[in-house]
Each structure stands twice: as C-alpha cells, then as structure tokens.
Design a protein around this ligand. Sequence first.
Ligand code: KG4
Ligand code: ZN
Length: 332
Amino acid sequence: MRLILGIETSCDETAAAVVDEDLRVLSSVVESSIDVHRAFGGVVPELAGRAHVATLGPVVARALEGAGRDVRDPGVVAVAVTSGPGLVGSLLVGLSAAKAYSLVWGVPLVGVNHLEGHLFAPLLERPDLTWPLLTLLVSGGHSIFVLQSGPGEYRVLGETIDDAAGEAYDKVARYLGLGYPGGPEIDRLAALGDPHALRLPVSMTGEGYDVSFSGLKSALVRAADTHREVPLADVAASFQGAVVEQLTRKLRAALGAFPVAGVALAGGVAANSALRASVAALAEEFSVASYLPSLAMCTDNAAMIAAAGWHRLAAQGASDLSLSADPNWVLA
Ligand code: KG4
Ligand code: ZN
C-alpha cells in the first residue's frame, strides 16, 4: 500500500494525516491552538507559530502510529505540506519539518495550496463523487466559487471582494459580545431567532459570482444600534439569513449557468446549518448531488492536504527542497 504523509500548519491547526493512493484516510490528527487565541478575539500569528513548533512533532508521530507506522521508518512514498496561503510564520514551521522528514526518509516533498486542499475534502468522504462539480469554499479567510471538471482541475468563478464569510461572522460576533470564533455561536443563536426581524441588504445582486460581506456587517451594526429592543437571537438570525441569501443566489445562478453533476461545500463556514440546508435544497431544485462534508472535514486538517498532495505529485512531480512559503498563494 502506497502512503503519503500530509502536514498542515497554515493557521491555528497543527495537523498530520496518512492517506493511501485510493484516498483512504488511515489516520488524521488535528491539534488546535484556538484556546490560546480566544482571549485576543482572533488568531495571534506569533503564538500560532510557537504552538506549531511545540506540537507538530508529536502530531506527526501520532498520525504515523495511527496508520500502523513508526516515525523512524514510516515507509511513506512522499510528504505533502501546505506551502500557502496562510500565516507565514506558521507555514514555515510545517514546511521546515516536511523538508527534514523528506530528507531523512529519502522521499519526495510536495508543496500543496491550502485552498486546493479544501477542495479535496468532499472527495475524501465521498469516493463516489461525480464531476463536474460546483464548490463553494467558505472559511475565515476565503469565500470562493469554484467550478471543478475533475480532481485538481478548476476554474474560479468568483470570490469575495472584501471580507470572507467567516471573517464577517467573527466580526459581527465580536460586536455582539459573543466569543471567538463567532460562527458557531451565531449559528446556534440564529436557529432560535427570526431572520426577518432586521431588514438587511443583500449585496452583489448583479451579474457575476463575486460576493461582499463588509457592507452587510456595517448595515447590521447600524440596524442593531437603532433597534436595541430586537433580541440577540433575532439579530443573529437576520445576519445569518442575509449571508446565506447572498451565497445561495450566486450558487443558484451558477447552477443555472453551468451543467454540473453536483454541488459541494468546503471550509469552516461549511459547518453552518442554514448554509447546509440551503445547499441541500438547491441540489434538489436542480436535481444534482450535494456533498456536505462532516465538520472535521470542513475545518482545517491534513487529510485534505495529503489528498491534494497525491494529485500534485502525479500532475507536476515533486517540489524542490528550496520550496518556500507563499502566504498569498491564490487559487488559479
Ligand atoms: O476553515 P476554517 O476552520 O479556518 C480557516 O479560516 O482556514 O474556518 C474558520 C471559520 C471561522 O471564521 C468560524 O467563525 C467559521 O469558520 N465557522 C462558522 C461555523 N463554524 C465555523 N461560521 C458559520 N457557522 C458555523 N457553524
Ligand atoms: Zn482552511
């Protein structure tokens, strides 16, 4: 059995996973430093980097043990590592470790784009997945509509022109005095509230597939300040309704314009209950399959990096050992 080791350290998750050539996940270990960052209301880059240094070695050892291998001689055929986009100090920790493993074990190194990794997540849980696929990748740093003709073959249709969806959730949560990260808490409250309580604008209703959340965030703050009598759950529901409405309109337009076999969600915001329900309904409306990854596969992990690593190794060969981190690497 040919195995690849994946390593992910682009943000606050330190992760390693072992995945075989048929994309079966033998092990996947994720340690998050989120508790360190919570008090600051966001990820503190230096603290994230330090946490990776402390945690990555044991995480890699546990991932290899989970796959029945030993870190001294794991018998993997390659090491895949996220080399961008992300926090540069965090990326460099994973990259340096991956180079050392690659040298010591005498196996190739493969640099992987973190966003491309997210696109592989639905496939890991659904090997029966059919193409072409429309994927909405929504996380704390990105909101991207991607048309995929096959694994690793994609075209970006549109993306956010300002804040990412998750970023908007986190900023609104901070304004409302909720904890960090704010997405899960707003999602929970929204389920108890009335989405029509506050009238909020839906941005970017014209042609194209770009979205925007910055104006919505400001409108919400204004509306909530003016209508202080509106309960928190109703504020959360109104915000969530407007976010999901904007994303759903663009997905509906894309499903109408491109003949795809399925629609998928990826990234941390893919955990959102209203967005998942909306995508499932859209899939029914257009008679296409829907792929909604589990929570563990939505958020950052190394199994998706390992899967993208297999693809990159086959398509482009190994990376040079001089490979550096690219914090702003775009999906192209
Ligand atoms: O993909 P991810 O784990 O990290 C990166 O940004 O790469 O995404 C984290 C983001 C945070 O902004 C968080 O608030 C958001 O995902 N999030 C959610 C939910 N769960 C996590 N947003 C809305 N609803 C949720 N249930
Ligand atoms: Zn991510």
